[in-house]
Design a protein around this ligand. Structure first.
Ligand code: G6P
Length: 369
């Protein structure tokens, strides 16, 4: 088994470290930065469909649903098609309004999640076109879908999803750019710039992984907390949700992800000197706003662990701990900012003695509703 884990103590850690590779594998052969082109053989027959699409509905569960939220930002920003992100289990029982011009994107690592399959079947019956984003080749969801793309992250064994998530986000990024290019909602020069940056992401993920030891030292300080709050804005919000989910899943610490500005409508009441607040505070369009959210936490004696852009001084002065990640275009922030949060949960869980690869009560794939 040690051999399968490639020398890592757990599959989860191995899979976290595989991300430079899995992200690369997801985009390999699909992006052409010099020409400003994205090629997605899986969905190219459906070009007319998304040119006419009035709406995209993303359905998924768990971590895949978080990837969907990132997809919403990307597709709306670049392809200018309205997107709704739905929990498959809610969507399927709600008699939703779906018509023939709708595209449903179903995201699933395993391709076997019962609720997601049922949501696809219902949307299909109502005439929608279904695109699947799946990791397991030949699974039920790709077979149920009209078209789709595989994430090519390789087998994920750890129950808590890591590399499958970043690959899903990569796949959604490709889809958003592909749709934008075909619809003409993005300038060629802009797309060239974005694709060249996307090509660098595996390297930047590698760099983000280098904070591992520092993150372990933070984990040692926080391993006994009972609650944690994760905050982010924009596409940092789904990152916060995913960070909180990881911590819950494997360390059994109660954690919540929140849009940073919503904090004052509830979670702020929980903040005291015991409560770590993990904030995505990288240098992008919401930087200044996040800074004022950090001030609100500090004013209540909360402990701030900030994810910051390399070289940051402003947040670093305010936060109790700052974990640096390399700078990238805002479009790719989730791919990098997720890495330290995965490592933080991992180390906390190991220090608490949890069964990291097989957390209690959880299944890798939920094939019953
Ligand atoms: C389970 C797994 C999660 C996963 C979710 C959705 O809860 O433990 O890691 O995100 O199912 O699974 P899917 O295979 O559809 O992505």
């Amino acid at each position: 088994e040690m051999l399968e884990k490639g020398g890592y103590e757990h599959f989860m850690l191995k899979e976290i470290y595989e991300q430079p590779r899995s992200i690369y594998d997801c985009m390999r052969g699909r992006i052409y930065p010099l020409e400003g082109k994205v090629q997605l053989g899986g969905i190219k027959e459906y070009t007319e469909k998304f040119k006419n699409a009035q709406r995209i509905i993303i359905v998924a569960c768990g971590t895949s649903w978080h990837a969907g939220l990132v997809g919403e930002y990307l597709i709306e920003e670049y392809a200018r098609i309205p997107v709704e992100v739905e929990y498959a289990s809610e969507f399927r029982y709600r008699n939703p309004i779906i018509n023939e011009n709708d595209i449903v994107i179903a995201i699933s690592q395993s391709g076997e999640t019962a609720d997601t399959m049922a949501a696809i079947e219902m949307a299909k019956e109502k005439g929608a076109t279904i695109f699947g984003i799946c990791n397991v080749v030949g699974a039920s969801i790709p077979r149920l879908s009209h078209a789709g793309i595989y994430t090519h992250a390789g087998p994920e064994i750890g129950v808590a999803s890591t590399k499958a998530f970043t690959a899903q986000v990569t796949a959604l990024t490709l889809m958003a750019f592909y749709m934008a290019e075909t619809k003409g909602t993005i300038a060629k020069s802009k797309l060239i710039g974005l694709l060249s940056e996307l090509e660098r992401i595996p390297k930047l993920v590698e760099k983000a992984l280098q904070s591992d030891q520092y993150i372990l030292s933070i984990a040692e300080k926080f391993k006994d907390v009972r609650n944690a709050l994760f905050l982010g804005r924009g596409s940092g919000f789904p990152v916060a949700l995913e960070g909180a989910l990881k911590l819950k899943e494997i360390s059994y610490i109660h954690a919540e992800g929140y849009p940073a500005a919503e904090m004052k409508h509830g979670p702020i009441a929980l903040i005291d000197e015991e409560m770590p607040v993990i904030v995505i505070a990288t240098k992008n369009s919401s930087y200044e706003k996040v800074i004022s959210n950090i001030q609100e936490v500090k004013a209540r004696k909360g402990v701030v662990i900030a994810i910051v852009t390399e070289g940051d001084t402003e947040v670093t002065k305010m936060a109790d701990y700052s974990i640096e990640i390399p700078h990238t275009d805002e479009a790719f922030l989730p791919l990098i900012a997720t890495i330290p949060l995965q490592l933080l949960s991992y180390h906390i869980a190991v220090l608490r003695g949890s069964n990291v690869d097989q957390p209690r009560n959880l299944a890798k794939s939920v094939t019953v509703e």
